[in-house]
Design a protein around this ligand. Structure first.
Ligand SMILES: Cc1cc2nc3c(=O)[nH]c(=O)nc-3n(C[C@H](O)[C@H](O)[C@H](O)COP(=O)(O)OP(=O)(O)OC[C@H]3O[C@@H](n4cnc5c(N)ncnc54)[C@H](O)[C@@H]3O)c2cc1C
Length: 315
């Protein structure tokens, strides 16, 4: 075993040449040279300091549910935060970044809290959810987050909600190298049975609208915020008034309009059920998915003058 492996082992469990396909919901991705699964925040900080000092490339992996990992894998160290601890005191919830969003939502419901029921449908970790300002059914992380503890340049600092600069599927963390360690949610007292009912409705809605049976990574593109567009929309008369009034065009609708639903490249296919999902039919490669993404973007731009932006993170 090499020296780096021995050193990495002092911080957590290490896997060598581990296929990222095993760690992403898309089941796509070549080998990561090393994956280090770190249990304790202190060990995580020390590992980050070590890797930064040595100039070794690193990336953070949460639940791998918003990620397309390259077929060639990652020539560096992937860190998975395994701290899943959570405490609930009154209406304040403190969760470690590695906690599953679904499990956290369930815990808040069990504790008689409300306003995070929507989390029951979001795969991945709460760290990943904060970074992407994940959202569903009209809620987003920014509605629940009170503050976030991050590791930045060798220090641990706390950011308030406004300092996180949340926007639609956006946060400051998409533009810096902060690593989210812990998250504080400010919720409200609720009725356990009402929250449970609400959560079940959310799950039912997802089951009715999202494709099932194949690996995916959720929505590929962000919906289009019309007020942010730099160029005028082409064929504007085709866009339903409702979308324009809401300042948001669903990306899935655009995919459908350019007849890309059901389009297949290699073993990847644009879902017939939901145009913003690409499915891995079994053995799809990142290149298959990237080719579909490129075709969709080209056709949507040609027809509507809109440049779709990826919601997924490409590693
Ligand atoms: C079936 C399905 C349904 C989905 N539905 C929704 C939905 O309704 N709403 C929604 O918003 N999303 C949805 N998603 C996408 C995804 O679940 C969310 O974006 C989720 O919050 C990502 O979390 P993750 O831990 O899996 O992140 P990952 O995919 O592991 O990582 C995503 C990015 O975040 C970074 N990251 C992860 N953890 C940290 C950390 N602690 N510190 C710093 N950076 C970090 C990673 O480096 C990467 O760049 C869905 C996905 C699937 C597969």
């Amino acid at each position: 075993m090499d020296n780096l492996y021995k050193t990495l082992k002092t911080y957590g469990k290490v896997k060598i040449n581990e296929p990222l396909a095993k760690h992403t919901t898309f089941k796509i991705g070549g080998p990561a040279k090393y994956i280090v699964i770190v249990e304790r925040i202190q060990a995580l900080k020390e590992l980050l300091t070590f890797l930064n000092e040595q100039g070794i490339p690193l990336a953070i992996l949460g639940g791998g549910s918003n990620m397309l990992a390259s077929d060639s894998g990652f020539d560096g160290v992937i860190i998975q935060i395994a701290d899943k601890s959570c405490t609930i005191k009154d209406t304040t919830v403190v969760a470690a970044a590695g906690m599953q969003t679904v499990a956290l939502a369930q815990a808040t419901i069990k504790a008689g809290l409300t306003e995070f029921e929507w989390g029951v449908g979001v795969p991945g970790t709460i760290g990943g959810a904060v970074r992407g300002n994940a959202g569903a059914t009209g809620w987003e992380m920014k509605d629940n987050v009170e503050k976030v503890e991050v590791y930045r340049d060798g220090e641990t600092i706390i950011l308030t909600n406004s300092e996180c600069q949340f926007g639609y599927r956006h946060s400051i963390f998409k533009h810096n190298n902060d690593i989210i360690l812990r998250v504080w949610l400010a919720l409200k007292k609720g009725e356990n049975k009402d929250s449970l009912k609400q959560a079940l409705q959310y799950i039912k809605y997802r089951n009715e609208t999202q494709p099932k049976g194949y690996a995916s990574t959720g929505c590929i593109f962000k919906n289009v915020e019309t007020q942010q567009l730099k160029n005028p929309i082409k064929n504007l008369q085709e866009i339903p008034q409702e979308f324009l009034e809401n300042n948001r065009i669903p990306a899935g609708w655009l995919v459908e309009q350019v007849h890309m639903k059901g389009k297949k490249i290699g073993n990847a296919e644009v879902s017939e059920r939901h145009g913003n999902f690409i499915l891995n039919l079994g053995g799809a490669t990142a290149d298959d998915v990237l080719s579909l993404i490129a075709q969709i973007k080209q056709q949507v731009e040609e027809k509507y003058g809109i440049v779709l932006e990826e919601e997924i993170q490409i590693l």
